[in-house]
Design a protein around this ligand. Sequence first.
Ligand code: SAM
Length: 282
Amino acid sequence: MDRLSDIGTIKEILSKHGFSFSKGLGQNFLINPSVCPRMAEMCGAGENVGVIEIGPGIGVLTNELCKLSPKVVAIEIDKRLIPVLDETLADFDNVKVINDDVMKIDLHKLIEEEFKGMKVVVCANLPYYITSPVIMRLLEENLPIESVTVMVQKEAAQRMCADVGTRQSGAVTVAVNYYSKPEILFNVSAGSFMPAPKVDSAVIRLDVLKTPSVDVKDSKKFFKVVKAAFGQRRKTLSNSLSCGLGMAKSEVNNLLLECNLSSNLRAEQLKLEDFKNIADKI
Ligand code: SAM
């Protein structure tokens, strides 16, 4: 459907279907016409590249993705939006809308069944209440996807795309950098949405790595160390690790010494290799 990101068109469609926004489902729909074409272009949708979209809403971004990709599968939890999407995506025969929860659906099966022989990317304006769980699910499950291009709150974008070992970094920075090469693509103001959220947003792209950026002996242990280190990020490593891992302080200090790390450092000062060394030595 043309002019779908036009606020008048959106209001007309929503009122025709008697739709009211659900805050709980993170429903802030894009009304800025320049954002979706840019996202679709920058996510890598194109010849032989299929797209999974999470939370199509009324289909503004879906429309742009369908113009560029041979196949788009959109997963929408809110069943009230399914008849709306039937109408707004009527011009396309390369789209499938699935009424399901992205946290519950079997994504391996979906990719195998829907995208045979294609490269696959994910592109979405994510509901903010599950930003991190969705991104972590996409990265942790070892899915055959090339990249994840998502709109998230600006602060979350900055955290995820920060350099590991800098003030802005956190456990999520380490996780994202372990599985992918992250990049902020562009910022989007709060006024670009209806209803307008309280904060600005940003579109980020995570290029998924074929193998993790550090070769750890045991990834579960690696993430346990990361979680413990950032669990009390203001404390020194010596304190946060002994508390988070249930180890004696003297034991932690010896471990840090073995890794050539001062026990006075804080989690935000460590590089990926440092976390790896600690985990590998436990
Ligand atoms: N893509 C649309 C846009 O840009 O205007 C809507 C984006 S809105 C921020 C998030 C969408 O995700 C909503 O349509 C909401 O119903 C849907 N959603 C929320 N939780 C979901 C879940 N667990 N699984 C799938 N979709 C979900």
